[in-house]
Design a protein around this ligand. Sequence first.
Ligand SMILES: [Mg+2]
Length: 408
Amino acid sequence: MGTQQAFGHLDADCFYASAERVRDSFLIGKPVGILGNQGACVIAKSYEMKKAGVKTGTPIWDAVRLCPQGVYLKRDFRWYEVLSRCMLDLVRDCCAAVEYYSIDEFFFRVTPSTSLQAMAEALRDRIFRELCIPVTVGIARTKTLAKLVSDTAKPFGAIALLDRDAERSLLEQSPVTAVSGIGLRRAARLEPHGIHTCLDLIFADRKLVRSLITRSGEAIWWELQGDPVLPLHVTRPPHKMLSRGGSLGVAASDPLIIDAWLARHTERLVEELEYHGVVAGTLSVYLVYKDGREGLARVPLDSPTDRYAALMKAGHQCLDRLVSAGSAIQRLHVTASRLQRPGFVQRSLFEPPEDPREADVASLKREVNAALGRFCLRSGATLPLLEVYRDSAGHGYEICDVHGKTCF
Ligand SMILES: [Mg+2]
């Protein structure tokens, strides 16, 4: 077993609740519920809270009834991201090739130098020892099998499963929906053909599987056979676009308020462009009006940029096309596309040189906010949203502002 090539999957156990316990040991052993953006729903919970019947998505008023002794906390994605990166560093320290799959899940290729079972246990134990985060590790012949193994080994499990009989019995016990990539709709398509378990799936005809659940389903078929066809994504493909936006909370028709939201989302977009080291060639604004209608306008930028002033100018041009007097806006999103790395930007002959003061303002903003807190120094256009910025618990960070929440 020690010399086989294999894949590992590491998944933190109730990650958000575990992350809260890292910084507050009072929570250890208690039912912990993590609440979403508006504090209305439980988005993650500890095993103790799960036992009380609280599910992901349960509204807070039902959760409190089901689990009155629970401790309910508002999510803090910035903190979770810090721990996620620490986990990534540790996994990279142990394994040569690592895919960051989600904030608390990693795939890795196993270096065949030691006992794989010992390796799975050592990795799990090291992460718990150094970060106090309980994780489960599965090792198998393919990524799909490794994830299936770790899902069934939870919590705090570590299993290297390469024995063919053990693999087969796992497939027999696992419904097709246990595999990532087969949801209820795909399972319903397989069901009339007598395909209920993963074992049924691997015995089914490959072409039939493909016709029922497409090429991605066929890849699962190969993977469950032990044939690794899904690549390990060690680096993230570059973004095609970056976007920031969301609901205005209360629909607004006042141009000053709409402008303030445009400024807020544009500043968030600038952060994101700077983080990824890209400049935008096009800016678009997408609106949802209070009556449910939608609108989209797109403006090419004079030269590719990540500067606030240039993006705001383009944003205003979009708004001019979209907003007529009195229209009430419910949602507003700004999107940067035609992204390029600054060094690869082709400059036009007639392009005016950049005003050096803009670069100074951008770097001052970055420095002040890094030292004093996000949005401490921001555009005056955001003044009508004082309440939004004051509510640091609710709006200091947004769910979608987590860098690397998905694979990067
Ligand atoms: Mg997890």
